[in-house]
Design a protein around this ligand. Structure first.
Ligand code: SF4
Ligand code: F3S
Ligand code: FES
Length: 248
């Protein structure tokens, strides 16, 4: 059954902005992105929002709904009661470009800082062999749609702009972990994880894991194992050498 919902949408640019009130029609089965599109069609034609697939797979429509980091296209209006005000704001950790669109280039900078997959120089592509367990481990990390909601949520950068320089964030620490756990990767990822990527700043609050729309266990399966490898290296170099020699 259709009803009218109260919406507050943040509008503005890098300089300033404020919440704007709207009363807008909602139909059964709709998601928040449908309502934003209806606002564009009927009341705010220049409202800026980034989106692409409308299927939870491109990672473009990240924003905050009632203060919670979410994909707009995967947030059903049935999550809210009909008399509830729905507040939509841009991701807080990244600079606003306009309205709900933020500049997420911080993430691309961090991605470029990670050295790429480094297989043994003498191994031809057709000779690659991996255990199924290793394939499955990295497949979980490969589900990432790069929505950057985890990056937006982690308090290390959300509340501390000055940490951005030294912290890659959960998405890219997970990438480092994926490569470090890859049996054919020969690069030594551990020192960089702790130093250049700032793993030591993560205090395992797990907020990143809570907001991941792909339900990747970022903290338990990537960040904590990386921390264990850092500790092994620090306190037991023999374990590290054994791992390298026998390609865990
Ligand atoms: Fe988004 Fe999850 Fe990937 Fe983070 S790990 S960017 S929350 S899909
Ligand atoms: Fe941040 Fe996730 Fe660690 S929220 S502190 S990266 S567990
Ligand atoms: Fe692609 Fe929302 S529009 S994830």
């Amino acid at each position: 059954m259709a009803y009218k919902a109260k919406f507050k949408v943040w509008r503005g640019d890098a300089e300033s902005g404020e919440l704007h009130d709207f009363l807008v029609e909602v139909n059964e089965g709709e998601v928040v992105l449908d309502i934003i599109h209806r606002l564009q069609a009927t009341q705010a034609p220049d409202l800026a929002v980034r989106w692409n697939c409308k299927a939870g797979k491109c990672g473009s429509c990240s924003a905050e709904v009632n203060g919670r980091p979410r994909l707009l296209c995967m947030t059903r209006m049935s999550t809210f009661t009909e008399d509830e005000t729905v507040t939509v704001t841009p991701m807080r950790t990244f600079p606003v470009i306009r309205d709900l669109v933020t500049d997420v280039s911080f993430n691309y900078t961090k991605a470029r800082e990670i050295p790429s997959f480094t297989p043994p120089a003498d191994l031809a592509p057709g000779d690659y062999r991996m255990q199924q367990v290793d394939v499955e481990r990295s497949q979980e990390f490969r589900k990432c749609i790069e929505c950057f909601l985890c990056q937006n949520t982690c308090h290390v950068v959300r509340d501390h702009e000055d940490n951005k320089e030294s912290f890659s964030g959960p998405r890219f620490l997970m990438r480092v972990a994926e490569l470090e756990m890859h049996p054919l990767d020969t690069a030594d990822r551990v020192p960089a994880a702790q130093e250049a990527n700032g793993l030591g700043l993560c205090n395992i609050t797990k907020c990143c894991t809570e907001v991941c729309p792909e339900h990747i266990k970022i903290t338990d399966n990537a960040l904590i194992p990386m921390k264990e490898r850092v500790a092994d290296r620090k306190y037991d170099p023999i374990v590290w050498l054994g791992n390298k020699l026998f390609r865990r």
